[in-house]
Design a protein around this ligand. Structure first.
Ligand code: SR1
Ligand code: MG
Length: 423
């Protein structure tokens, strides 16, 4: 059992005994803890996740471990990430609305555990996309979630005092930022120890690692990630951090939360839809995925358009922070000036998100933490073909992001690469 001061990792055997007196659980599961059934279901890279079911209902207990689960005890990781996750969930619910994240029932900082709502019959979005399910709500729900959390967590909306205090709170999430700084922006571009990739990609990987323009742009993006403390980010907003049903969407797992550039969350999210798009050819054993490909590109396009519309609405109605003060614009009869400024902010966000999307695609194929979208393609040659398309697409986004003007253009490029390499 892992030890860390008074910390004790839970097991399926000890959970009911240790948490049996916890009001938050008793209330939902029923008082007879001998009737509780406990399963450990964590399949992420870092934590323990238990589903606890009792006669009255169920709950999830998520507990951080003092190391990276994917790698083992040789890679220590602070338990404090659970504190950041808890505080991010509280803020996300306040900013994006009740029902956008799981309800929180209890937080224990010393044990690094969060007791939260058991989402059922929800599944992880990534798994649904691999199965070819076309979820109808995600573009709208995720576009709203991103716009509301990113806008309302920034100096566009918060008072300077409130945001600076919050920035200081999240500034301690150093080790989780360090993971992203290395795993996303640096490791994919050289032979880092924990990297791996499908062997047939060797020539393309060598080409990418020798690509000076790509390396310079990846470092500019890293600079932006580390130095532009613009808003409270989710920090790991990929399709494995989202749970869905046909009519509900919840964002989970914000332990990487910190103040960074708005474009990072949106870029990572769109990157994961584009990766799903390129992986579809690997999942066609039971039928064509042509419709799924169309759905994924529509999702990207709709999500970006919902994001822009909501961000613009918030700009016009909730711009109460110190940036782009209405005393300079609307209150001087210059509403057009505020619109001009909005266009500028959205334009930079667009260019930056394309870059972040590109590096996210690269790190999921070349780095330590891969995506099930590609990993579940058993035929290695087919997987390599899918991954190669995604790598080329990612490179184009990173290097040419300032010359790409619309989401239709990017989706057109994805279709072009998909078709070209099929011929
Ligand atoms: C060592 S952690 C690897 C990855 O898992 C998390 O989900 C983040 O995406 C991180 O980059
Ligand atoms: Mg996670």
């Amino acid at each position: 059992m892992a030890k860390h001061a008074s910390f004790d990792a839970l097991t399926t055997e000890t959970l009911a005994l240790r948490l049996g007196g916890l009001e938050a659980l008793v209330e939902r599961l029923g008082p007879d803890r001998s009737a509780w059934k406990v399963r450990e279901v964590g399949d992420g890279n870092l934590n323990l996740v238990f589903i606890v079911e009792g006669p009255k209902g169920a709950a999830v207990v998520k507990q951080a471990l003092p190391y990276v689960r994917l790698v083992g005890e040789s890679w220590p990781l602070p338990l404090k990430r659970s504190f950041f996750e808890y505080h991010a969930l509280v803020r996300q619910e306040a900013r994006a609305g009740k029902g956008s994240v799981p309800a929180i029932y209890h937080f224990d900082e010393a044990q690094a555990l969060i007791v939260m709502e058991y989402l059922s019959p929800h599944v992880i979005l990534r798994k649904a996309l691999i199965e070819g399910r076309e979820l109808p709500r995600i573009a709208n729900d995720l576009g709203l979630f991103a716009a509301r959390t990113l806008f309302r967590g920034s100096d566009l909306h918060m008072t300077a005092r409130e945001r600076k205090a919050d920035l200081a709170l999240f500034a301690g999430n150093v080790e989780l930022c360090d993971i992203t700084e290395n795993l996303v922006f640096t490791d994919p571009y050289f032979e880092a120890e924990l990297n791996r990739h499908t062997p047939a990609l060797d020539p393309l990987v060598a080409e990418l690692r020798a690509d000076r323009d790509l390396k310079v742009e990846a470092q500019r993006l890293k600079h932006l990630f580390a130095a532009n403390a613009e808003t409270l980010l989710h920090g790991d907003l990929h399709t494995g951090s989202i749970m869905v049903t046909e009519d509900d969407t919840r964002v989970i797992d914000p332990e990487f939360a910190f103040y960074g550039p708005m474009a990072f969350d949106v870029g990572m999210l769109l990157a994961n839809f584009w990766m799903s798009f390129f992986s579809q050819a690997g999942h066609e054993q039971e039928g064509s995925r042509a419709s799924m490909r169309g759905y994924l590109l529509r999702t990207v396009s709709d999500l970006w358009s919902v994001f822009r519309a909501e961000f613009s609405w918030l700009w016009r109605t909730e711009r109460t922070g110190m940036l782009y003060a209405d005393s300079l614009f609307e209150k001087r009869g210059d509403a057009l000036g505020a619109e001009q400024a909005l266009d500028g902010v959205l334009h930079s966000l667009w260019q930056d998100l394309l870059g972040f999307a590109g590096v996210e695609i690269h790190r999921r194929i070349l780095g330590l933490a891969h995506n099930a979208d590609f990993e579940t393609i058993a035929d290695e040659a087919l997987r390599a073909r899918c991954e190669a398309k995604a790598l080329r697409f990612g490179r184009h986004l990173v290097v040419n992001r300032c010359r790409i003007h619309s989401v239709d253009e990017v989706n057109g490029l994805a279709l072009l690469i998909e078709k070209e390499t099929r011929a």
